[in-house]
Design a protein around this ligand. Structure first.
Ligand code: DSN
Length: 410
């Protein structure tokens, strides 16, 4: 790395982060490890170029290769997801959502989305977020008994509130989302439908989760979760919205596109079209099911009792530990997880849920047998941290030594 010479301080921090990634079991459901090709496409001289606008309509000279890159990425996204139109410029999934709202809503308009404590995202109406400040959000949630989406209640709420937009999608829902039903609800209530597939984009791309594309007016996603690309966002929409979506992204809410990131998105979209990617996603799902089963065998309670996708939420209320403490204990032994809210846990919002997922460990090559090993380590740490922490940390180290990460990096 040449910054080892020019900026040793920063180079050391990056190297420390490489070692941290190598030496932890990453169960954060929204993270992943990109391929060396995605890294290469993103770290290069494309960062020098301004390319405001769109292919053939730029506000700067010298954009012919930028046009080629963006057209390639657009074409790959449209083909992979069978979409009529794709915009690759959103800097993130949050920006993609903002652009959809900006394209088709006025401040104060009504939106129906999943309650954040049941799994909805920050940009789906949280009061601290622009979405909650500028729009009139109403929330649907999970059925108390099954902890699955109560589609009948969604319909009733949609007919009552007459939202302009319905959002289907979640940051921690571990079950299949029935986008067809959401499409029917949107039609019956006269709303547009936006599917936010940030978490499941890779699973949808592999054909292992029903696609929302044909039922939705807009589909948004981030590109760095299951899709295993660079940090960023994509919007898919019907052709009739193409112009308004493009204008909403630029000049509506963003300036110059990050062309190096769009190049990396093109790489990840190509990777996602290959048979190996489908195999990878199958393993992500198998691993998640195995991990869920192994955790349940060890007395952990999972929201909705399990998972159909890449993630699950552990309800820690039957354990003598808060989510915050569990997160710290697990980080201490080399396992990264993230805290989340539990549905109906109104007394201690955000204190008792741990969300975990299998995209990263699967990218490292881990399979079923490793999932019960990981469940065993989690159980040891959470049940009796002081007695087990040394042994648990050694078990983490031993497991990771069998799955090297980025061995070609220094
Ligand atoms: N922060 C992401 C997650 O962890 O799910 C959502 O954007």
């Amino acid at each position: 790395m040449s910054i080892l010479k020019s900026d040793i301080k920063l180079a050391e921090i990056i190297r420390n982060e490489l070692f941290r990634q190598r030496n932890s079991i990453n169960l954060i459901a929204s993270e992943n490890y990109v391929s060396p090709s995605v890294i290469e496409a993103q770290i290069n001289l494309l960062t020098n170029k301004y390319a405001c606008g769109y292919p053939d309509h730029r506000y700067y000279a010298g954009c012919r290769y930028m046009d080629e890159i963006e057209n390639l990425a657009i074409e790959r996204a449209e083909t992979l997801f069978s979409a009529e139109h794709a915009n690759l410029q959103p800097y993130s999934g949050a920006q993609a959502n903002f652009a959809v709202y900006f394209s088709s809503l006025e401040p104060g308009d009504t939106i129906l989305a999943m309650d954040r404590t049941h799994g909805g995202h920050l940009t789906h109406g949280d009061s601290h977020n622009f979405s909650g400040r500028y729009f009139d959000f109403n929330f649907y949630g999970l059925d108390k008994k099954t902890e699955r989406i109560d589609y009948q209640k969604v319909l009733e709420l949609a007919l009552k509130k007459k939202p302009k937009l319905i959002i289907a999608g979640s940051s921690s829902y571990s079950r299949l989302i029935d986008f067809k039903i959401f499409g029917e609800i949107a039609e019956k209530s006269g709303a547009c439908l936006m599917a936010d597939i940030a978490h499941i984009a890779g699973i949808v791309a592999a054909g292992l989760h029903p696609s929302p594309v044909s039922y939705s007016d807009f589909v948004t996603m981030s590109t760095h979760k299951t899709l295993r690309g660079p940090r960023g966002g994509i919007i898919l929409c019907k052709r009739k919205y193409a112009d308004t979506i493009d204008k909403a992204v630029f000049p509506g809410i963003q300036g110059g596109p990050l062309m190096q990131v769009i190049a990396a998105k093109a790489v990840c979209l190509k990777e996602a079209s290959l048979p190996e990617f489908k195999k990878y996603q199958k393993q992500v799902l198998t691993n998640a099911r195995m991990l869920a089963g192994a955790l349940k065998e060890r007395g952990f309670i999972l929201v909705s009792g399990g998972t159909d996708n890449h993630m699950m939420t552990i309800d820690l209320r039957n354990k003598n530990v808060t989510a915050c403490d569990a997160e710290k204990m697990l980080e201490h032994i080399g396992i990264n997880v993230s805290r989340c809210s539990l549905p109906f846990d109104i007394i201690q919002e955000g204190k008792n849920g741990i969300r975990i997922g299998t995209p990263s460990v699967t990218s490292r090559g881990m399979s079923e047998k490793d999932m019960s090993f990981i469940a065993g380590i989690i159980s040891m740490a959470v049940e009796n941290f002081s007695a087990n922490k040394k042994k648990a940390a050694l078990m983490v180290k031993e497991l990771l030594s069998r799955y090297p990460l980025y061995p070609e990096h220094i």
